[in-house]
Design a protein around this ligand. Structure first.
Ligand SMILES: [Zn+2]
Length: 74
């Protein structure tokens, strides 16, 4: 899970994600809010956990620190 998060943030570009970040209310998986909202409007469920999620339940994350601090120094 931690490795996946790191790959995810590297891929998206950290500066973009931090300004438009949300998380699935069911599985807490971080996602781009704009993209996740569009996805939920179409599919109605989270691609990570498969739970039905209303896009109106998404909450924007202002402080992304808890999601970014997943890889303590080794
Ligand atoms: Zn989910």
């Amino acid at each position: 899970m931690h490795m996946f998060l790191n790959v995810y943030f590297d891929w998206q570009g950290l500066h973009i994600v931090k300004e438009d970040l949300t998380a699935c209310p069911e599985c807490d998986f971080p996602a781009i809010m704009t993209e996740f909202t569009e996805l939920l409007k179409e599919d109605g469920k989270c691609p990570m956990c498969g739970e039905n999620v209303d896009y109106r339940r998404l909450v924007k994350i202002d402080d992304a620190t808890p999601y970014l601090d997943v890889n303590p120094s080794e």
